[in-house]
Every structure is written in C-alpha cells, then in structure tokens.
Design a protein around this ligand. Sequence first.
Ligand SMILES: [Ca+2]
Length: 469
Amino acid sequence: MRKLFITAAFISIGLLITGTLSCADDIASAVETTDMQTAEAVIETEMPGDNLPEADYEGYRFRIGVDEQFEKEVLCSEQEGEVINDAIYNANRSVAERFNIEFVPITFKENSGVINNSIMAGEDAYDLATGHDLTFAGYSLNGAFLNVYDMPYLDLEQPWWVRNTIDAMTVSGRMYLFSNWCAVTGMSFTRAIFMNIDKMNEYNIELPYETVLNGEWTLDFLTGIIKDVYVDVNGDNKPDNGDFYGFANGEYYCLNDSCDLPLVSKDDMGVPYLDIDIEKIMNALTKLQLLINGTPGSKNYSTAGESKHFTDGGALFTYFRLYLVTGDLREAQFTYGILPFPKVDDTQTEYLVGYTDRPFGIPKTINDADRTGVIIEAMSKAGYDIVRPAYFEIALKNKYTYDTESAQMLDIINDTRVLGFWYLYGDDTRDFVYANINSLNVASYFEKRAASMQAHIGKIIAAFETMDN
Ligand SMILES: [Ca+2]
C-alpha cells in the first residue's frame, strides 16, 4: 500500500504547489515539509531503490528503435512545459547522467520491418526496440530478441515491472517482449472505467470508491447502478447520442483480459495450454452483455470514437483508454473519477485491468548485455518514479477538484494491469468478446476454433522452447 499513499499525498500537495515536481526526491522532500492533513496518510515516502552498480559508460550512445508515432512516449529531448513530456525528459536525463550515456532515438515507420530486418541481418544497430504489439510478437517468434530472463540486472520483482504482464508473457520460463515503465504508452493504453461525478451526485448515487477498496466492485454492482439511468434529453422518443445514459461503451479491446478470460492456463512447468471454460466465459459474457447492451441505461456506441458523447456529459460511466484524460476529458465540464474494471463476480480474487502496449524487445545483436540490462532497469525505475506520478497528476487534474480516492484507484489500476498473452500471440480469437457479446454463441464459436487455436499455441510454445537466444 506504500505506493498508494505516496500518490495520494503527491496529488494533495499539488494543490498548494505550483509548477511541476521534477523528480522523486522533490516529492519526498515536499511531503516531509508539509504539515497538512494528508501528511498523516503518508506511511512511507521513500521510493524503492534498485540494485544497479555504479557505472560510467563514457558517453555511450544508447540507441532505441522506436515507431515514429510513439517516440515521445519513450524519449523526450527537451522540456516543453508540458507535464508528461517534461517528466519523460527528466526520467531520461536522470538515467543518462547517472550512467554517462546519451539516448539516441532511431525512428521508423510502423510495420516497415526495419527492426526485424536489421537484427536478422546481424547488424548491431539498436540497443533496444519498441513497436507495434502484434508486429513485435511476430519478430519475437522469428528469434529477433533476447530472453528477458537472461538479461543481467533486471529485477522483475520491482514495482516498475508489471506483475500480471510478466506472468502472462512468460512461456516455458521465457519472455521475449517486455512492457513496463520504460515508456508511458502502456499506462496510457490501459482500459479503465470513467465516472461523471457531478451526475453521480445529481442522482444521489454513492461514489463506489469504498466498494472498490472492499473488493466488491463487480459487473453486477455496476449494472445495478446504471440499469435504469436513461433520459431522453433531446425529447425525440428514441435512444440516441443526444440522450443521457448510465453506461456508454464502444470499446471492446482488453475486455477478455479484464474479465479474466485469457483462454490459456499454464501447467506446473509454465507451459501454456488452451483453457476454454465455456461456463466461465458464458458467466462473464452474460454479465457484460447486460451492462453494455442489455438495460435501458446501456448505450452501445457504434465506434469507440463516439466516446466524446461521454466527455460531453452524456453518461454516468464509460470504459475507455486512460489517455482520455490527456485528450477530450481535459475539456470536460464536469468532475470525473477513474475506477478499475470491475471483477466479473465475487469469485474473482483480484481486479484485472487489461491494457495494450508498444512492447519492448532486446535485440539479440547487442554486444554488451550488462550495459543494456543496467540501462533498461534504470529507465524502468525512472519511469516509475518520475513519469508515473506525473501521469497520475494529469489523470486526476479535474476541473474542480483533486480527490485522493481517484489516486488510490489509479494505484490499484497500475498494480493489477495485464497485457494479454492471447492478445499478442493469438490469432482471430483475439476479438472473441466482441464477436460473441450479443449472440452469446460461445460454445459453437470455440467448437469451430479449438483445434486451430490448439495448433497455434503449440507453434508458439515450440518457437519459444527452441530459440537459442
Ligand atoms: Ca433521444
């Protein structure tokens, strides 16, 4: 719970301090010097340390291959007075100064193949690479990347690594892509529940923060809140985007992971196997269908792009990527809150918050694994220490208020995130929630596909187990 309280305190003191807190030390010292009421909530202000050696890499140019669209989510070369940009700049700078390196972005166009081609040609052109998730999954199966577990100095138990994602991405004890705080993209692509607090107050509905903290935030609970919330605002006697709803949604990505339906399990040796539990899937999809499309309070957007209806104040809740907070929600005329995705039901042991990312791979052509390991670990820690609080500050920067409960929610979201194995390495079943949400023909859907899914997963296991890097 330590991280949770650091965030809460940071956000609260943000009310009193103008400007951007630039690093973890500033946060700690600011907390120490304030005697406001939040101080008592601060159990511990110290960020966890790393176990990296002192090293001087003599100005080494650490080259990161990065999709041109995402360069500034990894590397920022100058301060621009924008909170997240400047936090990434500060995180980069702290690592560069600590180890005497220079970060060099080498950009490429999405899916241009240059990373894979360069590595497979044996060129040592990149120290690290990040790109499109499915494309990079393909490169990893080609043998382009090193096994993350073989890298020195990476401490996967540290909080800047994403616990559920490591579990999901590890096959037979190997992992060829990683996703963590080296970049802000994973957090920004995290799917969360957004709540219009003004409207919740107007409807006299208790904000469900305590419910979340008690572990009782479930699909049924959310559906119970939203099912009868509908107003034909534009008075045309039909439900449309001119009206107000309880829950509005047009996003289906990650719902399978958020609903604990990874479709694979692992045996005692960590080898995945296809695990299609029709009863479990039907239980989740039935509840999801009711929420999304089954009550008067449900609004089903035809595309995720219609989410502006929510940011214009058209619903109590929506489900979307966290980057809504740096986009349309900045202009929202209401106070919003952020919540983790609900548990399917009370048999689910913890919240699961699905996300997508531009994962990283470590080219097998690198010539100094120690140095690469040190820099990756340091970048991950710097992202966690510096970029994470900055992102949370932006996420919580409501028009009218900061609330500490939302900070707690973001910590829960961060700690329970999962990048789905089947999403990255799967085939057409990636979209099975969307494909079945209305028909609920789950049994026949998987009956048709089980054999090919089994064969596919067998190929992935074979690729992982036979790679010599
Ligand atoms: Ca209407």
